[in-house]
Design a protein around this ligand. Structure first.
Ligand SMILES: Nc1ncnc2c1ncn2[C@@H]1O[C@H](COP(=O)(O)OP(=O)(O)OP(=O)(O)O)[C@@H](O)[C@H]1O
Length: 323
């Protein structure tokens, strides 16, 4: 029987199970005495987009490299669509594509030549032109790889990871260095591939990206997965329970800030550039806060909780737990 994995809540409150694309149990990665990944269980259902987030050095790349088969874990068991990624490199190359953080390609080669070279590795490759188009590189087709910008090279490595028509792709910080338009192009291209059945595992430091793309997200801190769920589940469980309001033009609102601080523990006042971030944890103070805004003629806007809040709450909590 194929391994199954819970893939999320159904509208009736139960959970659905689908074929597991990845099952990783008890994965540990040690570098000498350093434990970079500590007895982690991680699973991904086929057809999902799953994100790994966490601070620098948390262990995201180490865990992903083990799942990709590029690194042998110190302990644990990993299967990718039933394949042992370290032992069966040939099967792994057939089913999985990998976009690496620092990809080095022959520098004098042109983009289209490199795509043709990669396509030659596979029996039934994807159409490189279609991929270049999908990820906004058609105009760079005849450019030497060395003449591409960092963001264009990043997109090229994504195209190359998809040329073998993988069933699952691993993307490590995929849009780092991309401008906002290129980022949207990449996200939309990936969504389309996902709709065609591609399973995607990505690590990211961009919470907006995770919110836009991911069906499920795992948060990794100091080598352990500390939370997993959909974006909505994580926000409901871990984002600040109160209300957040942003006040513009902090420079002219010193007195307002002092008055808010005097309200005590139920209100947290945080300077944020030329804005003031006001978190109302005690709802009974809401009217007094509003009255102060009116009194000081402050321009304010409420913001909804996001993955940023989840990230900050969990990394703070687990950094403190670890102390
Ligand atoms: N080859 C290595 N030798 C020794 N230590 C390593 C090696 N690779 C990673 N580490 C250490 O293991 C820990 C986890 O690193 P890893 O690269 O997996 O983290 P990450 O979450 O991907 O970080 P980032 O967000 O910065 O990419 C870090 O403390 C790092 O210094």
């Amino acid at each position: 029987m194929k391994p199954q994995v819970a893939s999320g809540d159904t509208p009736t409150g139960g959970t659905t199970t689908t074929e597991a694309a990845i099952t990783a149990t008890g994965v540990t990665v040690r570098y000498g005495s350093k434990v970079a990944v500590d007895n982690v269980d991680f699973s991904v259902a086929a057809g999902q987009i799953v994100g790994l987030i966490g601070p620098n050095g948390a262990g995201k790349t180490s865990l992903m490299e083990c799942i990709e088969g590029l690194r042998k874990s110190s302990a644990g068991d990993i299967r990718v669509l039933g394949v042992d990624p370290v032992r069966d490199r040939t099967a792994m190359a057939r089913i999985a594509g990998v976009q690496l953080q620092d990809s080095a390609y022959p520098t004098r080669t042109r983009v289209d030549e490199l795509c043709t070279l990669f396509a030659g590795f596979y029996q039934d490759p994807a159409d490189p032109d279609e991929l270049l188009e999908q990820f906004g590189l058609t105009e760079k087709k005849r450019s030497q790889v060395t003449k591409l910008s960092g963001g264009q090279r990043q997109r090229l490595s994504l195209v190359l990871s998809l040329i073998g028509k993988p069933e699952i792709v691993f993307l490590d910080e995929l849009t780092t260095g991309l401008d906002p338009e290129a980022r949207r192009t990449v996200w939309d291209g990936l969504r389309r591939r996902n709709e065609e059945g591609l399973t995607i595992v990505l690590s990211s430091h961009h919470m907006e990206e995770v919110e836009y793309l991911c069906d499920r997200v795992s948060v990794i801190v100091a080598g352990s997965i500390v939370a997993t769920g959909s974006v909505a589940e994580l926000i409901a469980a871990h984002a600040t329970g109160g209300e957040r309001i942003i006040v513009e033009d902090a420079a002219s609102h010193g007195a307002l800030r002092e008055a808010l601080v005097e309200l005590g523990d139920g209100v947290t006042v945080t300077p944020a550039g030329n804005r003031i971030q006001v978190d109302i944890d005690d709802a009974s103070l809401r009217d007094r806060v509003t009255a102060l805004f009116d009194e000081h003629s402050a321009v304010s806007r409420a913001v909804t909780a996001s993955m940023d809040d989840v990230y900050v709450a969990l990394t703070k909590q687990h950094a403190t737990d670890g102390e």
